[in-house]
Ligand binder design. Structure first.
Ligand code: ADP
Ligand code: MG
Length: 289
């Protein structure tokens, strides 16, 4: 039979906006030592904005935005939304659109072949990006995500896209850090960008450049080092990692798949709930001993 104290722990959690799937989830949550956070939409607001544009070969900013915006009409990625918002409405038509998972997008606009995405995407296509390197490193080290545009096989423009930390992220992470958890960020984003944001957030370790299918593998690797791992995420992409973790924690308002997979769901979209959930699990299990 389930001990009364666990039932009352699940009830107390619910009162503070933390839905715990079952008694076993609460028990596992009391034994964690490592917390892995998805970056976009979990640590950050998930509403990125284009903050700067750099172009090559005499291309105007307006043309770069128009080409990139035309292409992103095919994508629902948060970075696509940022570019579309900046590019405005009168966009040229786009053909042969493709999503290249974890890399970016491709297609044709005005009979020109476009690639838009990260450095790996352009490198894979044999495009020389050296002329963009210096600006890219500067923006990435300031925590902006660099998105590169190639036109007909030539590097043409660079966009700096910023997604600020959620207002309450830093305080919640500090509290978790004080309580002795190792804090890890897991992201498909550029490593330099991720490290800059991690420093701002007070995160101990960054695992960057992870393809969507690689998130669960990153959790397995930490578990292989003897760690007891919670994964905190909000996206469809996060579901396999939420399932693999010792405890999966879904942010409120995230994707349904994340919520269905997670052992714990936060009613609010705030990391304060993570600290509350773990404190309640520990207090509950302590009372049983
Ligand atoms: P994350 O959600 O952690 O950013 P993704 O796997 O969705 O990870 O994307 C990884 C990287 O691929 C992005 O940081 C970006 O550089 C590139 N990318 C993916 N989709 C797009 C897109 N629609 N437009 C531009 N870049 C993209
Ligand atoms: Mg996310």
């Amino acid at each position: 039979a389930t001990p009364m104290s666990i039932i009352s722990g699940v009830g107390r959690a619910a009162e503070s906006g933390v839905l715990v799937r079952d008694a076993d989830a609460l028990q596992r949550a009391s034994t964690l030592d490592t917390l892995v956070f998805d970056k976009t939409g979990t640590l950050t607001e998930g509403k990125p904005q284009v903050v700067a544009v750099h172009t090559l070969g005499g291309m105007s900013e307006a043309e770069a935005l128009s080409l990139a915006g035309a292409l992103e009409q095919g994508s629902s990625h948060p970075l696509a939304r940022a570019i579309l918002e900046k590019a405005g409405n009168a966009l040229p038509q786009m053909n042969n659109f493709r999503t290249l998972r974890g890399l970016g997008v491709s297609g044709e606009v005005d009979n020109r072949t476009l690639l838009l995405g990260n450095q790996a995407l352009l490198a894979e296509n044999g495009i020389d990006t050296r002329a963009l390197d210096e600006q890219l490193q500067t923006w990435a080290s300031q925590g902006a995500t660099p998105v590169l545009l190639a036109v007909d096989g030539q590097a043409a423009a660079l966009f700096a896209i910023r997604d600020p930390l959620r207002a309450d992220s830093v305080a919640a992470l500090q509290r978790l850090h004080r309580e002795g958890y190792r804090l890890v960020m897991l992201t498909g984003d550029n490593a330099t960008t991720a490290q800059a944001i991690a420093r701002e957030a007070g995160i101990d370790e960054v695992i960057a450049g992870v393809l969507p299918d690689g998130k669960a593998d990153a959790i397995i690797k930490l578990q292989g080092q003897g760690r007891r791992v919670a994964m905190i995420g909000d996206g469809i992409n996060d579901a396999p990692a939420l399932a693999q973790a010792d405890v999966g924690i879904a942010m409120g308002g995230g994707s349904d798949v994340a919520i269905e997979t997670a052992a714990i769901t936060l009613m609010r979209h705030s990391l304060t709930g993570v600290a509350d959930a773990l404190a309640i699990s520990k207090a509950t299990l302590r009372n049983m001993k």
